[in-house]
Design a protein. Sequence first.
Length: 462
Amino acid sequence: MRILLIESAYNNKYPPLGLMKIAAFHKARGDNVHFVKGLNKEVMTQLWDRIYITTLFSFYWDKTIETIKYYEFSVKDPQNLFIGGPMATILADEIERETGFKPVKGLLNEKGKLRLPNDHLIDSLVPDYSMLEQVDYKYPANNAYFAYMTRGCVRRCPFCVVYIIEPEYVKYIPLKQQIALIIEKYGEKKDLLLLDNNVLASSEFDKIINEIQEIGFYKGAKFKGKNRYVDFNQGIDMRLLKKERMKKLAEIPIKPLRIAFDSYSLKDKYVKAVRLAAECGIKYLSNYILFNYDDTPEEFYLRLRINVELNEEFEKEGYPTRIWSFPMKYSPILGEHGKDRKFVGEKWNPRYLRSIQCILNATHGVVGPKRKFFEAAFGKNVKEFRKLLLMPEDYIIYREDHKNNGAAYWNSLYSSLPSQQKADFHNLICETQANNGIRSKYPNINKLLSHYKKHNLEKNNE
Ligand code: B12
Ligand code: SF4
């Protein structure tokens, strides 16, 4: 059979693991497999026996639908066009309504999903890394093994749809044999990227860590002279963290360890978990800071500052541990804003979100351990942070350039406003587009408004 595998032309970090497994399955059957990323006229004008389109994030809806429609007539029989992966599982009904194709939901570990003998084995196959050579796109994470050692999750956090994608918690998936086969077929890789949703929930946790070491990811392990790392990229569940587990985690070269700090109300538990990581000798932490959910901007700032303070504490106490903060903007996955990233949390507004994006552009999306840089980026205290969120975006992004011209003037003018006018100004620029010709009855507010260039907050928050 002639098999076409397709991934839309969205930017993604990791290669399409699902398609790589489907490729392995078809190649083992002796089929001819071709992989494309995005729209390709030469491929589209041919006829294929089977087409498989993978999907990823729901907010890539437009691109994904465009891709499906582009290739819909390239298959001999429409029954043999298969759509799968996370977005297809979450939004299966919408996809069917929009395209007429019924997606294959969830994992390929049940018989008959692809109407071929042994198709239930696909999920456990060794992914075909060689198919990636057929496309020009360079996946940012390209020197690693991608795998799961567990599936699913035992929880149901309200902002997460893992319970739909991987409904059953599988506590252990052997890896050793898989890695040996990858090495044999495609050569050795430097790092190990584990996509597990909640590895700490596994009663086989010790066995998992031991196996990771046996595969060659022990402390101090090197690959071609460089340190090897293990990354549980979805983070670990701090509610399930015990000292013995942290000690066990510290036996592997984990970089970074990711502990989600989803809410300010969890601060005591969070600080305890991070201190435990430091005591156990874990050096690098990159912690997810969810915002735009039910938090306030102040709570977001304070969570970032806790990390800066913990860094100072560790430095003073001689621990090598350093924490980076990884702010993560909440977007609902289902409902009105599931297909874009325009959702604005109850205690947020488009201007604040845009300003955070501007700050993070300058810091490359992460917040480092040093107070000096943190305060330069986010302000010395909550009050400064709040003011920063209101600034014109150019002043935020190019702060050094504007320090002595526009920004200084904006600052002194803003500071001089009486509190009622501050509130008016705040409402004007947070609730409306400041550059849409809106005017105030106060001349100083109008002077401030003149600093805002034309831009579309909604668009910028995508
Ligand atoms: C790894 C991962 C990431 C990685 C990147 C993934 C990548 N591929 O590039 C990173 C860490 C960067 C990431 C980031 C984010 N992520 Co994420 N991520 C995941 C995770 C754990 C796995 C996704 C994945 O790559 N799977 C690999 C799949 C495709 O391979 P597989 O499992 O072997 O595939 C099986 C099936 O899917 C199926 N299959 C796959 N393809 C196909 C094709 C066909 C035709 C068929 C029939 C079957 C099929 O068969 C396979 C074998 O059984 C999921 C949760 C989950 N458990 O799925 C969340 C998840 C997708 N992420 C999520 C979120 C919220 C995010 C962020 C938005 C977080 C944030 N607020 O910043 C960011 C967005 C990044 C961005 N671009 O802006 C959400 C969904 C978001 C959405 N709206 O769709 C998920 C579902 C987690 C959750 N919270 O519910 N993520
Ligand atoms: S613990 Fe993580 S994977 Fe599990 S439901 Fe909550 S957010 Fe999702």
